[in-house]
Design a protein around this ligand. Structure first.
Ligand SMILES: [Mg+2]
Length: 396
C-alpha cells in the first residue's frame, strides 16, 4: 500500500459507503446537445471513527458501484489526513478500469452522445472525485475546521452566476427564472443555453438571447453556453450578435474536445470563450491552456479528480494568466473556490441548486451574488444529507 509520509500517524479511514439518488427535474430540461428529465446524485461517505466526510458527483447510478468495487479498498486503512496520497493511489488503481475510459470501452456514436454526462470519458473520474471530496471533508471535520480554513482562504466571498435558461423553456419560464436571479436575489450575472438541437435552431437561439437581455436589463452580465452544439464558423458568425446584446461569455461554442476549433473561435471573436467542464485529468487542462483555447478555464470538482486536482487546475490556470470558474455542483465547489486567488466565479446551476437545497442541510445563500463558505464555523464543507428527504429518491 502506498504510504503516508514516513513516520506519519493519524486517524485511519475505516469505511466508505455509497448511495445514489435520482431526482426528477421540475420541468423538461435540455441544452444544445442533450435532454434530460432527471438527475442522479451519487453520494459517498467516508468514516474515520465517529467522524464522517461527505462527497458527491452527478452521474450514472453505476458510479456508486465504481466506488464500491474499485476505490473503497484503496482508501480504507489509509491515513485520513493524507488526501493527496489517497488521490494518487486511487488514480493508479483504476489504470485499466479506467480513468478515463470505463464508458468508452462499450460505445458507438449513438451511445457516445447519450452518455455525455455519464460520462464519456469520466465515470471513473466522477467516482474518484466523489471519494476525494469526501476525504477532504472528513479531514476538515477531524480537525474541526471549516474546509476553507483548512485550505486557507484567498478571498472572503465567492461570486456566483445564475445558470439555467434551458432550451426547453418558453419565453415566460426563461423570463421568470432570469428575473428571479437578477431582480429577486441580486445575482448580477446569468447564463442561458443556446445551440438548440445541435445548432439547427439558431434563429430561436438569437431570439432567446435578446429576450434574456430584455429580462435582466442592461446592468447584469449575460452568458451563453452552446454545449458544443455549433460548428466553428457558425460560432464565429454569432459573435457580432453576442456583442450587440452585451454577451460576455461564450461557453463551449464547439466541443471541448476540439481545442483547435476553440482556439480559432477565441482568436476570431470578442466574447470570452470558456470550456473545461469535461476535463477528467490534469493533463487535459494543460492541453486546453497550451492550445490557447479559452479565456477562462472551467473545471468541475465532481469530475476532474476532486478538490485535490481542482486546486492544481487553478494553479495551472494562474500560471497561464487565466482565471478559473467552478462548473456546477455549487456547494461542493464553494470552499475550494474561496481558496484560490484567480477565481472568476461559480456556476449556480438551477438543476443542482434545487437538488442540493432539497437533499442537504447546510446549503449556502447566494443573495447579492456571492456565497461566503465557512462563515458559520461549521466543520468541513458544512453539508449533511437529509436522510428522510433523500430516501424517496434512492436508486442504489
Ligand atoms: Mg456548460
Amino acid at each position: 500500500m502506498p504510504a503516508s509520509p514516513a513516520g506519519a500517524s493519524g486517524p485511519l479511514v475505516d469505511e466508505v459507503t455509497t448511495a445514489a439518488y435520482t431526482v426528477p427535474t421540475d420541468a423538461p430540461e435540455a441544452d444544445g446537445t442533450l435532454a434530460w428529465d432527471s438527475t442522479t446524485l451519487v453520494v459517498v461517505h467516508v468514516r474515520s471513527g465517529t467522524t464522517t466526510g461527505l462527497g458527491y458527483t452527478y452521474g450514472a447510478p453505476v458510479t456508486a458501484h465504481v466506488v464500491d468495487d474499485q476505490l473503497s479498498a484503496v482508501v480504507v486503512g489509509r491515513c485520513a489526513l493524507d488526501v493527496p496520497a489517497a488521490n494518487e493511489a486511487m488514480n493508479r488503481a483504476v489504470r485499466n478500469a479506467g480513468r478515463p475510459g470505463l464508458v468508452a470501452g462499450a460505445l458507438n456514436e449513438a451511445m457516445n452522445r447519450a452518455v455525455r454526462n455519464a460520462g464519456r470519458p469520466g465515470l471513473v473520474a466522477g467516482a474518484l472525485s466523489a471519494v476525494d471530496t469526501a476525504l477532504w471533508d472528513l479531514k476538515a471535520r477531524l480537525l474541526e475546521l471549516p474546509l476553507v480554513r483548512l485550505l486557507g482562504a484567498a478571498r472572503p466571498e465567492v461570486p456566483v452566476y445564475g445558470s439555467g435558461g434551458f432550451t426547453t423553456y418558453d419565453v415566460r419560464r426563461q423570463d421568470h427564472q432570469l428575473r428571479g436571479w437578477v431582480a429577486d436575489q441580486g445575482i448580477p450575472r446569468v447564463k442561458i443555453k443556446i445551440a438548440e438541437s445541435w445548432g439547427t435552431a439558431e434563429s430561436r437561439d438569437r431570439r432567446r438571447i435578446a429576450q434574456a437581455r430584455h429580462s435582466i436589463g442592461e446592468a447584469a452580465e449575460l452568458y451563453v453556453d452552446a454545449n458544443g452544439g455549433y460548428t466553428r464558423k457558425q460560432a464565429i458568425r454569432l459573435d457580432s450578435y453576442l456583442m450587440e446584446h452585451q454577451v460576455t461569455w461564450f461557453e463551449e461554442p464547439v466541443s471541448s474536445d476540439d481545442l483547435t476549433g476553440l482556439a480559432q473561435i477565441r482568436a476570431a471573436t470578442a466574447v470570452d470563450v470558456a470550456a473545461g467542464e469535461y476535463g477528467y485529468t490534469l493533463p487535459y487542462f494543460r492541453q486546453l491552456l497550451g492550445a490557447e483555447a479559452v479565456d477562462c478555464v472551467q473545471a468541475d470538482i465532481t469530475r476532474c479528480g476532486g478538490l485535490t486536482v481542482w486546486l492544481r487546475v487553478a494553479a495551472l490556470a494562474q500560471a497561464s494568466g487565466m482565471e478559473i470558474s467552478g462548473h456546477c455542483a455549487p456547494h461542493l465547489h464553494a470552499h475550494a473556490a474561496a481558496a484560490v486567488p484567480n477565481l472568476r466565479h461559480l456556476e449556480w446551476f438551477h438543476d443542482h441548486v434545487r437538488i442540493e437545497n432539497r437533499l442537504f442541510h447546510g446549503t449556502l445563500d447566494p443573495t447579492g451574488g456571492a456565497v461566503r463558505p465557512g462563515t458559520d464555523g461549521a466543520p468541513g464543507h458544512g453539508l449533511s444529507l437529509r436522510d428522510e428527504e433523500a430516501e424517496p429518491y434512492r436508486v442504489g
